[in-house]
Design a protein around this ligand. Structure first.
Ligand code: ADP
Ligand code: MG
Length: 248
């Protein structure tokens, strides 16, 4: 299989990007897919919840020194490139490097992506140089949305950012789909789900991720949802999403 590099994106925080990167990656790894997760968020939440809080080397070191990306094995079929807090100080540094500063991740992945079926990039909640690095390195994007007021606001910015990058740099990054996460059993939530599906049509994943206490608890105990409670709705939802993505 040709490796697929997929950015998990929304410039809003708290929508479920990191939770999705971790649990979707784990679900696919359980289905014998080889998966690499990349943490490019200076908050390093993904790195923290995988229990790799103090990595010897992080993506920041690799970007600064043009070294190979550091890879940590997390579970069978599942690897991580960790982030560290100094990545936020690095942003200005990468901007100062000019165009080379935008291609750090693409170049870092060039030699290693062949070892994987899927590479998922957990983006920071901004459209700064780290997210641009992710988009430039990606074949496609999953945009995570919550079914709430204003959730569609700002999406045109994301879409035009991708369009402009494609045009300016002659890339072909596409939108794989919109993932509705943290849905609730309320009329309001259902109403927004319907609205989002009407707006984005077939681009919305059929499977949504329900709001689940177990997902929150799993994060807090630094576990993926399958290790924490494989019978939870969260585990079921991410497994179904993984199946949907496998046949795309
Ligand atoms: P982001 O990476 O977009 O900032 P996170 O994945 O870190 O968002 O999620 C933010 C918070 O919401 C975390 O505490 C996480 O545990 C919680 N969370 C994410 N998805 C769900 C869900 N489906 N149900 C319940 N809590 C969730
Ligand atoms: Mg996050």
């Amino acid at each position: 299989m040709i490796p697929q590099v997929i950015a998990i994106l929304n410039h809003k925080g708290g929508v479920g990007k990191t939770t999705t990167t971790f649990n979707l990656s784990k679900a696919l790894s359980l289905m014998t897919q080889k998966v690499l997760m990349i943490d490019i968020d200076p908050q390093a939440n993904l790195t923290i919840i995988t229990g790799e809080e103090n990595p010897q080397k992080s993506i920041y070191d690799a970007f600064c020194d043009d070294e190979p990306l550091p890879i940590i094995n997390i579970a069978p079929n599942l690897d991580l490139v960790p982030a560290s807090l100094d990545l936020s100080a690095g942003e200005a540094k990468f901007i100062a490097m000019g165009i080379a500063g935008y291609f750090k991740l693409k170049n870092g992945l060039a030699n290693i992506k062949k070892n994987y079926d899927y590479v998922f990039i957990d983006c920071p909640p901004s459209l700064g140089i780290l997210t641009l690095n992710s988009l430039i390195a990606s074949d496609s994007v999953i945009i995570v949305l919550n079914p709430e007021f204003l959730s569609i606001k700002g999406l045109t910015t994301i879409v035009s950012t991708i369009d402009n990058l494609n045009k300016d740099l002659n890339l072909s990054c596409s939108i794989m789909g919109y993932l509705i996460a943290q849905t609730e059993r309320t009329l309001l939530s259902k109403g927004f789900e319907v609205e989002l599906k009407k707006t984005f049509k077939k681009k919305v994943f059929e499977n949504v991720i329900r709001r689940s206490v177990a997902l929150k608890e799993a994060t807090a105990s630094k576990k993926d949802i399958f290790s924490y409670n494989r019978n939870s709705t969260g585990a079921l939802d991410y497994l179904e999403l993984a199946k949907e993505i496998l046949v795309l």
